[in-house]
Write a protein of this length. Structure first.
Length: 119
């Protein structure tokens, strides 16, 4: 299983970024996908989840109305469109999938992509 995030960077408050996560090593279209974020010294925070077919999403209150998750099952890729960015959105953003293995449920993570919102 491999998850590779891209698209992070430095952006001014009010700006936009689009993150991508390219997945491989599992049947992408069968699984819900999530974006998390983490600031040093704090726990990793769930940002949003999208169901396997993309029909349902669940956003953290802090990003509702500003962030939009989508997925392209033909490209094995999940996206996070982030608009109206705020300094408090600064974090490392991680793509996640939870797979059922013979040892039970297991969380896979990408390497993360840094998002910095600053003037």
């Amino acid at each position: 299983v491999q998850l590779v995030e891209s698209g992070g960077g430095l952006v001014q408050p009010g700006g936009s970024l689009r993150l991508s996560c390219a997945a491989s090593g599992f049947t992408f279209s069968n699984y819900d996908m999530s974006w998390y974020r983490q600031v040093p010294g704090k726990e990793r925070e769930l940002v949003v989840v999208i169901t396997s077919a993309g029909g349902s999403t669940n956003y953290a209150d802090s990003v509702k109305g500003r962030f939009t998750i989508s997925r392209d099952n033909a490209k094995n890729t999940v996206y996070l469109q982030m608009n109206s960015l705020k300094p408090e959105d600064t974090a490392k953003y991680y793509c996640n999938v939870r797979l059922d293995t013979i040892l039970g449920m297991y969380d896979y993570w990408g390497q993360g992509t840094q998002v910095t919102v600053s003037s």
